[in-house]
Design a protein around this ligand. Structure first.
Ligand SMILES: [Zn+2]
Ligand SMILES: [Zn+2]
Length: 154
């Protein structure tokens, strides 16, 4: 849980930084996404009119598997624009866990790619085309182009 004490806060703010077990993200490990690393957070907590303002960033490193070439890569899941206002908190401590979880999960990757220009694996021989070409890759590409053209003509 990520909790911050809010007694004696000032308008100048107080820094809370640390690490938290990534279990709080409730990411289920799958073949394609694993979340083995801790969350690093750096938060600044201010006393403001009628409440408390929390700003900062949090990040963790996912281990993903590329959906195209099936190689593993690290993905930095981070939110540097965390900003929450809590109106007149009733207790001396704020539990930020749920809000930080959402802040991080909103940055979840839309698709699993080791890089923007991943070339994938050859469907014929299974060669990872990011590593090297294979003798059949040229032929396959031509086939694909003709298939696309056929669709357009029709
Ligand atoms: Zn890839
Ligand atoms: Zn091939």
């Amino acid at each position: 849980m990520i909790k911050v004490g809010i007694l004696n806060l000032t308008p100048e703010g107080k820094i809370f930084e640390g690490t938290e077990n990534s279990d709080i993200l409730e990411i289920k490990n799958t073949e394609f996404i694993k979340c083995p690393n801790e969350i690093d957070f750096f938060l600044k907590v201010y006393s403001v009119n009628n409440g408390v303002l929390v700003e900062g960033k949090a990040e963790t490193i996912l281990v993903c598997k590329c959906g195209k070439c099936l190689s593993e890569y690290n993905y930095k899941l981070k939110n540097e624009e965390i900003c929450h206002f809590y109106e007149n908190p009733a207790s001396s401590e704020l539990d930020l866990t749920d809000d930080i979880r959402e802040d991080i999960l909103i940055k979840f990757p839309m698709k699993l790619r080791c890089s923007e220009n991943c070339r994938g694996i050859c469907p014929e021989c299974g060669q990872n085309l990011n590593v090297s070409n294979c003798s059949c890759s040229g032929k396959n590409n031509d086939d694909d182009i003709w298939k696309e053209l056929d669709k357009i003509k029709f």
